[in-house]
Ligand binder design. Structure first.
Ligand code: S3P
Length: 437
Protein backbone atom coordinates (compact mmCIF):
# COMPACT_ATOMS: atom_id res chain seq x y z
CA UNK A 1 0.00 0.00 0.00
CA UNK A 2 1.20 3.50 -0.78
CA UNK A 3 2.01 5.92 2.01
CA UNK A 4 -0.38 8.50 3.47
CA UNK A 5 -1.28 11.30 1.03
CA UNK A 6 -0.35 9.16 -1.95
CA UNK A 7 -2.93 6.44 -1.73
CA UNK A 8 -4.22 5.49 -5.21
CA UNK A 9 -6.59 2.77 -6.33
CA UNK A 10 -6.50 0.87 -9.62
CA UNK A 11 -9.59 -1.02 -10.70
CA UNK A 12 -9.70 -3.45 -13.61
CA UNK A 13 -13.01 -4.38 -15.18
CA UNK A 14 -14.43 -7.85 -15.31
CA UNK A 15 -15.27 -8.49 -11.66
CA UNK A 16 -18.73 -9.09 -10.28
CA UNK A 17 -20.16 -8.79 -6.79
CA UNK A 18 -21.40 -11.88 -5.01
CA UNK A 19 -21.90 -13.55 -1.64
CA UNK A 20 -22.85 -11.97 1.66
CA UNK A 21 -20.97 -8.91 2.86
CA UNK A 22 -21.14 -6.49 5.78
CA UNK A 23 -20.07 -2.86 5.50
CA UNK A 24 -18.87 -0.78 8.51
CA UNK A 25 -21.15 0.99 10.99
CA UNK A 26 -23.21 4.08 10.23
CA UNK A 27 -21.18 7.30 10.39
CA UNK A 28 -24.03 9.67 11.27
CA UNK A 29 -25.29 7.42 14.06
CA UNK A 30 -21.77 6.77 15.40
CA UNK A 31 -21.09 10.52 15.82
CA UNK A 32 -24.38 11.04 17.61
CA UNK A 33 -23.93 8.03 19.91
CA UNK A 34 -20.56 9.44 21.04
CA UNK A 35 -21.94 12.94 21.59
CA UNK A 36 -25.02 11.89 23.54
CA UNK A 37 -23.11 9.20 25.43
CA UNK A 38 -20.59 11.84 26.52
CA UNK A 39 -23.23 14.17 28.03
CA UNK A 40 -25.50 11.44 29.42
CA UNK A 41 -25.41 10.12 32.98
CA UNK A 42 -23.97 6.61 33.24
CA UNK A 43 -22.10 4.27 30.92
CA UNK A 44 -23.03 3.96 27.23
CA UNK A 45 -21.78 0.88 25.39
CA UNK A 46 -21.71 1.05 21.58
CA UNK A 47 -21.46 -1.92 19.27
CA UNK A 48 -21.10 -1.49 15.53
CA UNK A 49 -19.31 1.87 15.95
CA UNK A 50 -17.66 3.14 12.74
CA UNK A 51 -13.88 3.01 13.28
CA UNK A 52 -13.35 5.73 10.65
CA UNK A 53 -11.25 8.86 10.84
CA UNK A 54 -14.31 11.15 11.09
CA UNK A 55 -15.91 9.39 14.04
CA UNK A 56 -12.53 8.87 15.72
CA UNK A 57 -12.04 12.67 15.46
CA UNK A 58 -15.28 13.12 17.41
CA UNK A 59 -14.14 10.57 20.01
CA UNK A 60 -10.80 12.36 20.42
CA UNK A 61 -12.56 15.71 20.79
CA UNK A 62 -14.61 14.43 23.74
CA UNK A 63 -11.55 12.79 25.28
CA UNK A 64 -9.86 16.21 25.08
CA UNK A 65 -12.85 17.57 27.01
CA UNK A 66 -12.36 15.06 29.82
CA UNK A 67 -14.65 12.19 28.78
CA UNK A 68 -13.41 8.67 29.41
CA UNK A 69 -13.93 6.79 26.13
CA UNK A 70 -12.50 3.29 25.77
CA UNK A 71 -12.42 1.82 22.27
CA UNK A 72 -11.05 -1.68 21.75
CA UNK A 73 -11.85 -1.59 18.03
CA UNK A 74 -15.02 -3.55 18.63
CA UNK A 75 -16.86 -2.17 21.63
CA UNK A 76 -16.83 1.51 22.62
CA UNK A 77 -17.53 2.42 26.27
CA UNK A 78 -18.27 5.99 27.22
CA UNK A 79 -18.46 7.16 30.83
CA UNK A 80 -20.98 9.97 30.50
CA UNK A 81 -20.16 13.17 32.39
CA UNK A 82 -23.69 14.62 32.39
CA UNK A 83 -24.98 17.71 30.59
CA UNK A 84 -22.63 20.05 32.47
CA UNK A 85 -19.63 17.78 33.01
CA UNK A 86 -17.48 18.56 29.94
CA UNK A 87 -14.18 20.40 30.58
CA UNK A 88 -12.35 22.94 28.45
CA UNK A 89 -9.87 21.45 26.00
CA UNK A 90 -6.36 22.80 26.50
CA UNK A 91 -5.82 22.98 22.73
CA UNK A 92 -7.95 23.62 19.64
CA UNK A 93 -10.24 20.73 18.74
CA UNK A 94 -9.21 19.39 15.32
CA UNK A 95 -12.13 17.69 13.58
CA UNK A 96 -10.18 16.66 10.48
CA UNK A 97 -12.44 16.18 7.45
CA UNK A 98 -15.68 15.82 9.41
CA UNK A 99 -18.47 18.30 8.73
CA UNK A 100 -20.86 16.42 10.99
CA UNK A 101 -18.49 16.73 13.96
CA UNK A 102 -17.96 20.45 13.58
CA UNK A 103 -21.56 21.43 12.89
CA UNK A 104 -23.10 19.32 15.67
CA UNK A 105 -20.41 20.21 18.19
CA UNK A 106 -20.76 23.93 17.50
CA UNK A 107 -24.33 23.62 18.82
CA UNK A 108 -23.33 21.59 21.85
CA UNK A 109 -20.31 23.71 22.75
CA UNK A 110 -22.22 27.01 22.44
CA UNK A 111 -24.03 26.01 25.63
CA UNK A 112 -20.99 25.10 27.76
CA UNK A 113 -19.44 27.16 30.53
CA UNK A 114 -16.02 27.26 28.78
CA UNK A 115 -14.55 28.60 25.52
CA UNK A 116 -13.81 26.29 22.58
CA UNK A 117 -11.83 26.57 19.34
CA UNK A 118 -12.67 24.28 16.41
CA UNK A 119 -10.43 23.63 13.40
CA UNK A 120 -10.21 21.03 10.62
CA UNK A 121 -8.36 19.93 7.50
CA UNK A 122 -8.01 21.88 4.24
CA UNK A 123 -11.43 20.79 2.95
CA UNK A 124 -13.29 21.37 6.23
CA UNK A 125 -11.68 24.82 6.63
CA UNK A 126 -13.48 25.93 3.42
CA UNK A 127 -16.97 24.58 4.19
CA UNK A 128 -19.82 26.96 5.09
CA UNK A 129 -20.45 27.38 8.82
CA UNK A 130 -22.69 30.47 8.93
CA UNK A 131 -25.69 28.21 8.45
CA UNK A 132 -25.13 26.99 12.04
CA UNK A 133 -23.54 30.11 13.51
CA UNK A 134 -26.34 32.55 12.60
CA UNK A 135 -29.24 30.70 14.26
CA UNK A 136 -27.05 29.87 17.27
CA UNK A 137 -26.34 33.59 17.65
CA UNK A 138 -30.07 34.25 17.75
CA UNK A 139 -30.16 31.70 20.59
CA UNK A 140 -27.68 34.01 22.40
CA UNK A 141 -24.51 32.07 21.59
CA UNK A 142 -21.28 34.00 21.08
CA UNK A 143 -19.34 32.59 18.13
CA UNK A 144 -16.61 33.97 15.88
CA UNK A 145 -15.46 32.50 12.57
CA UNK A 146 -13.36 33.63 9.59
CA UNK A 147 -14.56 36.49 7.36
CA UNK A 148 -15.59 33.86 4.81
CA UNK A 149 -17.91 32.18 7.31
CA UNK A 150 -15.60 29.20 7.75
CA UNK A 151 -13.42 27.59 10.42
CA UNK A 152 -11.67 28.37 12.69
CA UNK A 153 -14.66 28.78 14.97
CA UNK A 154 -14.22 30.33 18.40
CA UNK A 155 -17.06 29.80 20.86
CA UNK A 156 -17.27 31.88 24.04
CA UNK A 157 -18.58 29.86 26.95
CA UNK A 158 -20.86 30.87 29.82
CA UNK A 159 -23.83 32.00 27.72
CA UNK A 160 -27.36 30.98 28.69
CA UNK A 161 -29.01 29.93 25.46
CA UNK A 162 -32.62 30.81 24.68
CA UNK A 163 -34.92 28.54 22.69
CA UNK A 164 -35.99 29.63 19.20
CA UNK A 165 -38.45 28.56 16.56
CA UNK A 166 -36.52 28.17 13.32
CA UNK A 167 -37.37 27.22 9.75
CA UNK A 168 -34.38 25.46 8.15
CA UNK A 169 -33.32 27.51 5.10
CA UNK A 170 -31.36 24.52 3.72
CA UNK A 171 -32.28 20.85 3.94
CA UNK A 172 -29.51 19.96 6.38
CA UNK A 173 -29.61 17.35 9.12
CA UNK A 174 -26.35 18.76 10.46
CA UNK A 175 -27.97 22.16 10.97
CA UNK A 176 -31.12 20.62 12.49
CA UNK A 177 -29.03 18.45 14.83
CA UNK A 178 -26.81 21.37 15.83
CA UNK A 179 -29.85 23.36 16.94
CA UNK A 180 -31.42 20.38 18.70
CA UNK A 181 -28.20 19.82 20.68
CA UNK A 182 -28.15 23.51 21.63
CA UNK A 183 -31.86 23.16 22.43
CA UNK A 184 -31.05 20.63 25.16
CA UNK A 185 -29.53 23.55 27.08
CA UNK A 186 -31.77 26.43 25.95
CA UNK A 187 -34.41 28.02 28.19
CA UNK A 188 -37.84 27.20 26.76
CA UNK A 189 -39.05 25.10 23.87
CA UNK A 190 -36.94 24.76 20.73
CA UNK A 191 -38.92 24.22 17.53
CA UNK A 192 -37.36 23.34 14.19
CA UNK A 193 -39.41 23.32 11.02
CA UNK A 194 -37.94 21.41 8.12
CA UNK A 195 -39.53 22.15 4.73
CA UNK A 196 -37.91 18.98 3.35
CA UNK A 197 -37.29 15.89 5.48
CA UNK A 198 -33.66 15.20 6.40
CA UNK A 199 -32.14 12.28 8.31
CA UNK A 200 -33.73 11.96 11.74
CA UNK A 201 -31.06 10.04 13.67
CA UNK A 202 -30.71 12.81 16.27
CA UNK A 203 -34.41 12.79 17.09
CA UNK A 204 -34.43 8.99 17.37
CA UNK A 205 -31.36 9.05 19.56
CA UNK A 206 -32.68 11.74 21.91
CA UNK A 207 -35.53 9.34 22.63
CA UNK A 208 -33.10 6.45 23.18
CA UNK A 209 -31.30 8.62 25.76
CA UNK A 210 -34.67 9.33 27.45
CA UNK A 211 -35.23 12.87 26.19
CA UNK A 212 -38.68 13.39 24.64
CA UNK A 213 -39.00 14.73 21.09
CA UNK A 214 -42.32 15.71 19.56
CA UNK A 215 -42.72 15.50 15.81
CA UNK A 216 -45.84 16.92 14.13
CA UNK A 217 -45.56 16.74 10.36
CA UNK A 218 -42.46 18.81 9.56
CA UNK A 219 -42.16 20.42 13.01
CA UNK A 220 -39.80 19.06 15.68
CA UNK A 221 -40.07 20.27 19.28
CA UNK A 222 -37.89 19.66 22.32
CA UNK A 223 -37.64 21.19 25.79
CA UNK A 224 -34.54 21.99 27.81
CA UNK A 225 -33.15 18.76 29.28
CA UNK A 226 -32.60 17.95 32.94
CA UNK A 227 -30.57 14.88 32.13
CA UNK A 228 -29.90 12.30 29.46
CA UNK A 229 -29.80 8.66 30.57
CA UNK A 230 -27.04 6.43 29.18
CA UNK A 231 -28.09 3.53 27.02
CA UNK A 232 -26.51 0.74 24.99
CA UNK A 233 -26.55 1.01 21.22
CA UNK A 234 -26.04 -1.45 18.41
CA UNK A 235 -25.34 0.65 15.32
CA UNK A 236 -26.45 -0.71 11.93
CA UNK A 237 -24.16 -0.82 8.90
CA UNK A 238 -23.97 2.44 6.97
CA UNK A 239 -26.45 2.68 4.09
CA UNK A 240 -24.16 5.23 2.41
CA UNK A 241 -21.31 2.69 2.38
CA UNK A 242 -23.63 -0.09 1.21
CA UNK A 243 -24.59 2.20 -1.70
CA UNK A 244 -21.27 1.54 -3.47
CA UNK A 245 -21.97 -2.19 -3.51
CA UNK A 246 -25.62 -1.68 -4.48
CA UNK A 247 -24.46 0.08 -7.66
CA UNK A 248 -21.47 -2.22 -8.22
CA UNK A 249 -23.73 -5.29 -8.10
CA UNK A 250 -26.39 -3.67 -10.28
CA UNK A 251 -24.06 -2.70 -13.12
CA UNK A 252 -21.83 -5.80 -13.28
CA UNK A 253 -23.62 -8.67 -15.09
CA UNK A 254 -23.98 -11.88 -13.07
CA UNK A 255 -23.79 -10.16 -9.66
CA UNK A 256 -25.93 -11.40 -6.78
CA UNK A 257 -25.13 -10.13 -3.29
CA UNK A 258 -26.69 -9.67 0.13
CA UNK A 259 -25.44 -6.77 2.26
CA UNK A 260 -26.23 -7.61 5.88
CA UNK A 261 -27.72 -5.50 8.67
CA UNK A 262 -27.90 -2.17 6.83
CA UNK A 263 -29.68 0.89 8.24
CA UNK A 264 -32.70 1.60 6.02
CA UNK A 265 -34.08 4.63 7.82
CA UNK A 266 -36.72 6.19 5.52
CA UNK A 267 -34.96 9.56 5.84
CA UNK A 268 -31.82 7.98 4.30
CA UNK A 269 -32.95 5.39 1.78
CA UNK A 270 -34.17 7.33 -1.30
CA UNK A 271 -31.31 5.87 -3.31
CA UNK A 272 -33.25 2.59 -3.32
CA UNK A 273 -36.22 4.37 -4.92
CA UNK A 274 -33.99 6.15 -7.44
CA UNK A 275 -32.22 2.92 -8.41
CA UNK A 276 -35.53 1.07 -8.65
CA UNK A 277 -36.91 3.79 -10.95
CA UNK A 278 -33.82 3.22 -13.11
CA UNK A 279 -34.57 -0.50 -13.26
CA UNK A 280 -32.44 -1.98 -10.47
CA UNK A 281 -33.34 -5.31 -8.87
CA UNK A 282 -33.21 -4.65 -5.11
CA UNK A 283 -35.09 -6.45 -2.37
CA UNK A 284 -35.14 -5.81 1.38
CA UNK A 285 -35.01 -8.96 3.50
CA UNK A 286 -35.56 -9.53 7.17
CA UNK A 287 -36.70 -5.96 7.97
CA UNK A 288 -36.42 -5.23 11.68
CA UNK A 289 -35.56 -2.53 14.22
CA UNK A 290 -32.24 -2.15 16.05
CA UNK A 291 -31.53 0.52 18.68
CA UNK A 292 -34.47 2.58 17.40
CA UNK A 293 -33.39 2.43 13.73
CA UNK A 294 -34.94 0.39 10.86
CA UNK A 295 -32.54 -2.26 9.56
CA UNK A 296 -32.65 -4.85 6.76
CA UNK A 297 -30.48 -7.13 4.66
CA UNK A 298 -30.33 -5.79 1.11
CA UNK A 299 -30.36 -8.29 -1.77
CA UNK A 300 -29.16 -6.95 -5.15
CA UNK A 301 -28.97 -8.70 -8.50
CA UNK A 302 -27.47 -7.18 -11.63
CA UNK A 303 -29.88 -5.49 -13.96
CA UNK A 304 -29.80 -3.08 -16.95
CA UNK A 305 -30.54 0.56 -16.06
CA UNK A 306 -32.34 3.38 -17.86
CA UNK A 307 -31.72 7.08 -17.38
CA UNK A 308 -34.39 9.03 -15.48
CA UNK A 309 -35.24 12.52 -14.25
CA UNK A 310 -34.43 12.16 -10.56
CA UNK A 311 -37.42 13.42 -8.52
CA UNK A 312 -36.31 16.54 -6.61
CA UNK A 313 -38.15 15.57 -3.44
CA UNK A 314 -35.85 12.54 -3.11
CA UNK A 315 -32.65 14.60 -3.26
CA UNK A 316 -32.12 15.43 0.48
CA UNK A 317 -32.82 11.80 1.39
CA UNK A 318 -30.16 10.52 -1.00
CA UNK A 319 -27.68 13.38 -0.70
CA UNK A 320 -24.57 11.32 0.16
CA UNK A 321 -25.29 8.67 -2.45
CA UNK A 322 -25.19 10.92 -5.55
CA UNK A 323 -21.58 10.25 -6.51
CA UNK A 324 -22.35 6.57 -6.96
CA UNK A 325 -25.93 7.10 -8.23
CA UNK A 326 -24.49 9.28 -11.01
CA UNK A 327 -21.93 6.59 -11.81
CA UNK A 328 -24.92 4.26 -12.26
CA UNK A 329 -26.53 6.91 -14.49
CA UNK A 330 -23.35 7.14 -16.59
CA UNK A 331 -23.63 3.42 -17.21
CA UNK A 332 -27.39 3.48 -17.98
CA UNK A 333 -29.20 3.69 -21.32
CA UNK A 334 -30.28 7.27 -22.05
CA UNK A 335 -30.14 10.54 -20.19
CA UNK A 336 -30.33 11.19 -16.44
CA UNK A 337 -31.10 14.62 -15.05
CA UNK A 338 -30.39 15.69 -11.49
CA UNK A 339 -31.61 19.06 -10.17
CA UNK A 340 -32.23 20.60 -6.74
CA UNK A 341 -28.89 19.29 -5.50
CA UNK A 342 -26.86 22.50 -4.97
CA UNK A 343 -25.80 21.13 -1.56
CA UNK A 344 -23.50 18.75 -3.45
CA UNK A 345 -21.29 21.76 -4.17
CA UNK A 346 -20.45 22.21 -0.45
CA UNK A 347 -19.64 18.65 0.57
CA UNK A 348 -16.13 17.25 1.18
CA UNK A 349 -15.44 18.54 -2.35
CA UNK A 350 -17.66 20.33 -4.87
CA UNK A 351 -19.14 16.98 -5.87
CA UNK A 352 -20.80 18.29 -9.04
CA UNK A 353 -17.43 19.54 -10.31
CA UNK A 354 -15.49 16.49 -9.07
CA UNK A 355 -17.92 14.14 -10.82
CA UNK A 356 -17.93 16.22 -13.99
CA UNK A 357 -14.11 16.20 -14.10
CA UNK A 358 -14.08 12.44 -13.55
CA UNK A 359 -16.74 11.78 -16.20
CA UNK A 360 -15.01 13.93 -18.80
CA UNK A 361 -11.66 12.25 -18.06
CA UNK A 362 -13.12 8.77 -18.50
CA UNK A 363 -15.22 9.22 -21.65
CA UNK A 364 -18.69 10.01 -20.28
CA UNK A 365 -20.67 12.95 -21.68
CA UNK A 366 -22.01 15.12 -18.89
CA UNK A 367 -22.92 18.72 -18.28
CA UNK A 368 -22.96 20.46 -14.90
CA UNK A 369 -25.70 22.89 -13.87
CA UNK A 370 -25.78 25.13 -10.79
CA UNK A 371 -27.73 22.55 -8.83
CA UNK A 372 -27.18 19.29 -10.60
CA UNK A 373 -26.06 17.49 -13.71
CA UNK A 374 -27.19 16.02 -17.01
CA UNK A 375 -25.50 12.75 -17.89
CA UNK A 376 -25.64 10.80 -21.14
CA UNK A 377 -25.38 7.10 -20.42
CA UNK A 378 -22.45 5.46 -22.18
CA UNK A 379 -19.38 3.40 -21.48
CA UNK A 380 -16.58 4.42 -19.12
CA UNK A 381 -13.36 4.30 -21.10
CA UNK A 382 -11.14 4.26 -17.99
CA UNK A 383 -8.17 6.51 -17.35
CA UNK A 384 -6.94 8.50 -14.40
CA UNK A 385 -9.14 10.62 -12.17
CA UNK A 386 -8.63 12.82 -9.13
CA UNK A 387 -10.91 12.25 -6.16
CA UNK A 388 -10.21 15.79 -4.90
CA UNK A 389 -9.62 14.20 -1.50
CA UNK A 390 -13.29 13.20 -1.36
CA UNK A 391 -13.93 9.69 -0.04
CA UNK A 392 -17.23 9.22 -1.85
CA UNK A 393 -15.84 10.41 -5.21
CA UNK A 394 -12.95 7.92 -4.85
CA UNK A 395 -15.25 4.97 -4.08
CA UNK A 396 -17.78 5.94 -6.77
CA UNK A 397 -15.09 5.87 -9.48
CA UNK A 398 -13.75 2.58 -8.12
CA UNK A 399 -17.22 1.18 -8.84
CA UNK A 400 -17.09 2.75 -12.34
CA UNK A 401 -13.79 0.91 -12.90
CA UNK A 402 -15.64 -2.40 -12.78
CA UNK A 403 -17.32 -1.60 -16.11
CA UNK A 404 -14.58 0.46 -17.81
CA UNK A 405 -12.99 -0.45 -21.11
CA UNK A 406 -9.50 0.22 -19.66
CA UNK A 407 -8.19 0.39 -16.09
CA UNK A 408 -9.48 3.15 -13.83
CA UNK A 409 -6.82 4.78 -11.65
CA UNK A 410 -8.07 6.99 -8.83
CA UNK A 411 -5.71 9.44 -7.18
CA UNK A 412 -5.84 10.93 -3.68
CA UNK A 413 -7.80 8.18 -1.94
CA UNK A 414 -6.55 8.59 1.65
CA UNK A 415 -9.84 10.03 2.81
CA UNK A 416 -11.69 6.81 2.05
CA UNK A 417 -10.59 5.98 5.61
CA UNK A 418 -12.79 8.79 6.96
CA UNK A 419 -15.97 6.78 6.31
CA UNK A 420 -15.03 3.34 5.00
CA UNK A 421 -11.95 1.75 6.58
CA UNK A 422 -11.18 -1.52 4.80
CA UNK A 423 -13.00 -0.54 1.59
CA UNK A 424 -10.37 -2.05 -0.72
CA UNK A 425 -10.17 -5.31 1.21
CA UNK A 426 -13.96 -5.71 1.37
CA UNK A 427 -14.39 -4.75 -2.29
CA UNK A 428 -11.81 -7.39 -3.26
CA UNK A 429 -13.52 -10.01 -1.13
CA UNK A 430 -16.84 -9.16 -2.80
CA UNK A 431 -15.35 -9.53 -6.29
CA UNK A 432 -13.98 -6.14 -7.39
CA UNK A 433 -10.56 -6.29 -9.08
CA UNK A 434 -9.04 -3.43 -7.07
CA UNK A 435 -5.58 -2.71 -5.73
CA UNK A 436 -3.44 0.01 -4.29
CA UNK A 437 -0.85 1.38 -6.74
C1 S3P B 1 -25.09 14.26 7.93
C2 S3P B 1 -25.89 15.08 7.20
C3 S3P B 1 -25.66 15.39 5.78
C4 S3P B 1 -24.71 14.39 5.13
C5 S3P B 1 -23.51 14.11 5.98
C6 S3P B 1 -23.93 13.56 7.34
C7 S3P B 1 -25.40 14.04 9.35
O1 S3P B 1 -25.09 16.68 5.68
O2 S3P B 1 -24.29 14.86 3.87
O3 S3P B 1 -22.67 13.17 5.36
O4 S3P B 1 -24.83 13.10 9.96
O5 S3P B 1 -26.21 14.80 9.89
P1 S3P B 1 -26.01 18.01 5.60
O6 S3P B 1 -26.75 18.10 6.84
O7 S3P B 1 -25.02 19.12 5.43
O8 S3P B 1 -26.85 17.79 4.39
Amino acid sequence: MSSKNHCRFRVTSGGLISGRITVPGDKSISHRALMLGAIAEGETKIQGFLQGEDTLATAKAFQQMGVDIENDGNLVRIQGVGLKGLCQSNRPIDLGNSGTSVRLMTGLLSAQSFDSELIGDKSLMTRPMLRVIEPLRTMNAEIQCSDRGTLPIHITGGRQLKAIEYVLPVASAQLKSCLLLAGLYAEGTTTIIEPQATRDHTERMFKAFSHPVIREENKITINKANRLVATDMNIPADFSSAAFFIVAATITPGSDVVIGNVGVNPTRDAMLKIMTLMGADIELLNEREQSGEPVADIHIKSSPLQGINIPEELVPIAIDEFPVILVAAANAQGTTRLSGAAELRVKESDRIQSLLDGFIATGIKAEATDDGMIIEGGRFQGGEINSHGDHRIAMAFAVAGMVSAENMVINDCDNVATSFPGFVELAKQAGMDIDYV
